[in-house]
Design a protein around this ligand. Structure first.
Ligand code: 13P
Ligand code: SF4
Length: 303
């Protein structure tokens, strides 16, 4: 990427000097995405962290993403530029909730969305992301599945794997939950030629209108490949900004107002620079948690 500003150049200098790998999620500001070695959805981020050759991995995303990188690459130093960037959905389920659900449904295996704490991953059987959830649910050697924490992704998967019985937890993403069916219908009326790509963290009544339902990376791929000239996007606003920059020949609109993940926006270029300069905000996890969470994440990455 050309035309870096001074701070971005400083970050690139530090990256070289410290031989760091910078991984960024598609929801962090574009200025941060532009200095990353890879911009990823959650699945690709986990894969890249697992295969990292560098000793220093900087995760530009929310806490569970940093924890997953540490779990998959425990010998590496993992830095999280915005240590207070949490994911409210991840906080909606505790290890106690998982153990209670296990006691209530003893034949079920626990599938946990990667948007969860390391402590929850440690008491689950397998993790998944939005791009891998369907495949993992189909292949899991159990007729019954407890799915935590996202009720929307869980019900999306349950509807497409009817041969299995699902027990869903009631978590949700406050950002994606805000978008309503009325928002989608209004956007479709305003742009009748447009196709609609939506994230499965939205509710069923929103997702059912999607021409594509997928992860952030799958939404971007769909937008690049579609022959449609107008695209409605049902996910966080940085995806809209990225597509408008990348595909100036197409017209791209977000559905609904103020579709922002405030935690991802805490990962500013300033925060990234200071974190790398001072090598601060290391992700540390208890040994036992690390080991048990790794089993669930390894099953996902190798699925
Ligand atoms: P993706 O795996 O689609 O990037 O989703 C991560 C996320 O937090 C969506 O809100
Ligand atoms: Fe969590 Fe939602 Fe933000 Fe994704 S968009 S990180 S699910 S709060």
């Amino acid at each position: 990427m050309e035309n870096f500003n001074e701070l971005q150049n400083e970050i690139l200098r530090l990256k070289k000097e410290k031989n760091a790998l910078i991984l960024a999620h598609y929801y962090v500001p574009l200025e941060v995405q532009d200095v990353a070695d890879a911009v990823c959805d959650s699945f690709a981020m986990a894969q890249k962290a697992a295969k990292a050759e560098q000793d220093l991995i900087v995760v530009c995303g929310v806490r569970f993403m940093g924890e997953s990188a540490k779990i998959l690459s425990p010998a590496k130093t993992v830095l999280l530029p915005a240590p207070d960037a949490g994911c409210p959905m991840a906080d909606m389920v505790t290890p106690g909730d998982v153990l209670r659900l296990r006691a209530e449904h003893p034949k079920a295996k626990v599938m946990c969305y990667v948007n969860s704490s390391a402590a929850v991953k440690a008491v689950s059987d397998v993790c998944c992301t939005s791009s891998s959830a369907l495949r993992i649910a189909k292949n899991l050697d159990s007729e019954e599945i407890i799915f935590v924490p996202d009720v929307h992704l869980g019900s999306f998967v349950a509807a497409r794997v009817p041969e299995k019985k699902f027990w869903l937890h009631n978590g949700f993403c406050p950002t994606h939950h805000k978008i309503t069916e009325a928002d989608v219908l209004a956007a479709k009326r305003a742009h009748p030629e447009a196709v609609f790509a939506v994230h499965p963290e939205c509710g069923d009544d929103v997702v059912k209108h999607g021409d594509l339902v997928g992860s952030t990376a799958e939404i971007l791929d769909f937008a690049r490949r579609t022959e449609a000239k107008e695209i409605l996007i049902g996910t966080e606003g940085e995806i809209v900004a990225r597509l408008r920059r990348e595909l100036p020949e197409k017209r791209v609109w977000g559905v609904g107002a103020a579709f922002v993940c405030p935690n991802m926006k805490k990962v500013t270029p300033e925060a990234l620079f200071e974190c790398m300069r001072d090598e601060k905000y290391k992700v540390e996890l208890p040994e036992d948690q690390l080991r048990r969470a790794r089993e669930s994440l390894d099953r996902m990455v190798n699925s």
